[in-house]
Write a protein that binds this ligand. Structure first.
Ligand SMILES: *Cc1c(COP(=O)(O)O)cnc(C)c1O
Length: 421
């Protein structure tokens, strides 16, 4: 049994997996063309931005697309377009990237944290229902990791209470639910094109809607309150949250390549999920795909880690051991949004009011979650099974060395505390 890399042994893998994001000559040519055009920004007809909006609309089958500077900007625009007022409540999942909630807070709204379904890591319909109040102005469903939330149940609740759904599709471009793209199943869909997302220009986002009445307002809110195609006067209070032409041009090249990537990542994820589930204590998420998930966005591959199967080796040590073996996994400690200092610590100068409806599953999941793929800044899911087998090899190696790792960890813990004593 070879020594773990964490304690000085040879790592399972020294070659890198695929990088993320990916690019080729198409992005290079697109950038040069924008540079030479001298039209680098602004909202123009026949611009890269407008072409990207058309291409995204065709791809998603949605009539209105406005490209914006980030996913967070898109969420703020969506909330403002729906008329969010200070003190209004918005139901958000307790486990998501913090921007889902801070977009609400930055407009003076109150995020209300509802619990997730531990099988999919997306907003649980039952918890959403009990989170509603007479102040609820919207529900934000997050398709976390690329897995669509249960839009059948969430839409039924939204319809019953006449509350709009914003879909946070920052991680789910390409995902479909019953054959329809995420982002087109609610009132407004918001995408992100930040560095780790399914297509990227470093930063960027898009806001999409089937609703004609919201479309003009959304387009105006990102452009100083100017309705599209006009100059002054300004009937809306707007921001400048525009995307540059360089970003739009890169994103067009990225979008053209995306389906190919999604298919490759699907093969990688299916392979890895099956392999990892053979190791005691590791459980891929979801354990089996709901048939209504007609395409998974494959932003990441998530699995839960049960320390009991690993002689109580803490999850941080397990993740560090995987990294040492040459496997890129998420580094940060995961906490539910409701535990973020801005929401949990009233003494924080930036404290923002929030309400917790339920977060038990979110808290338990965060404590056991391991993320592979783009969530860890890696394009690994694009790799072939022969390469990905190293992930299982590394996890098996850690499993086989678990008792020793446990003892090493103990002695390290002791040496860490002793200097202070
Ligand atoms: C990335 C992300 C956002 C924010 O998008 P930015 O482009 O970084 O502002 C919001 N929600 C989720 C779920 C995300 O993953």
């Amino acid at each position: 049994m070879s020594t773990l890399a964490l304690v000085g042994g040879p790592p399972v893998r020294t070659r890198p997996f695929h990088d993320w994001p990916q690019f080729d000559q198409a992005e290079l040519h697109a950038l040069t063309a924008v540079l030479e055009s001298r039209r680098w920004g602004g909202i123009h007809s026949q611009s890269q931005g407008q072409a990207l909006e058309r291409e995204l609309g065709d791809y998603l089958h949605v009539p209105h697309v406005a490209v914006v500077s980030s996913g967070t900007a898109g969420l703020m625009i969506a909330l403002r377009a729906l008329g969010l007022q200070p003190g209004d409540e918005v139901v958000v999942p307790a486990m998501t990237y913090v921007a889902t909630a801070t977009a609400v807070s930055l407009l003076g709204g109150v995020p209300v944290f509802a619990d997730i379904d531990p099988a999919t890591h997306t907003l649980a319909a039952s918890s959403t229902k009990s989170a509603l109040s007479d102040k609820t102005r919207a529900i934000i469903a997050v398709h976390l990791g690329g897995h669509p939330a249960d839009m059948d149940d969430l839409r039924a609740i939204a319809a019953e209470h006449d509350i709009p759904i914003i879909e946070d599709c920052a991680q789910s471009l390409g995902a479909t639910w019953n054959g329809a793209h995420t982002g087109t199943l609610g009132t407004i869909g918001v995408f992100s094109f930040a560095s780790t997302k399914n297509i990227s220009a470093g930063e960027g986002g898009a806001v999409v809607t089937p609703r004609d009445d919201l479309a003009a307002r959304i387009a105006a809110l990102r452009d100083h309150g100017r309705p599209p195609g006009t100059s002054s006067p300004h009937p809306h209070l707007g921001w400048n949250l525009r995307l540059s032409e360089f970003q739009a041009a890169i994103l067009r090249a990225q979008l053209a390549r995306m389906e190919h990537h999604t298919a490759a990542k699907e093969r990688g994820a299916i392979f890895l999920a099956a392999e990892l589930s053979t190791i005691p204590g590791l459980q891929p998420v979801p354990p089996a795909l709901d048939p209504r998930v007609t395409t998974h966005g494959r932003f990441s591959l998530a699995f839960t880690y049960d320390p009991k199967a690993f002689d109580d080796v803490p999850i941080d040590t397990f993740r560090a051991a995987l990294r040492a073996e040459g496997i890129p996994v998420g580094r940060g400690t995961l906490i539910p949004c409701s535990d973020e200092p801005i929401y949990a610590d009233p003494a924080n100068p930036d404290y923002a009011p929030a309400r917790v409806a339920a977060d038990t599953h979110a808290r338990n999941t965060c404590a056991r979650l391991v993320l592979l793929g783009q969530a860890a800044g890696s394009g690994m899911l694009l790799d072939e099974p022969t390469e990905l087998a190293d992930v299982t090899r590394a996890a098996e190696k850690i499993y086989n060395n678990r008792s020793r790792l446990h003892e090493d960890q103990r002695s390290r813990d002791q040496s860490r505390v002793s200097p202070d004593q």
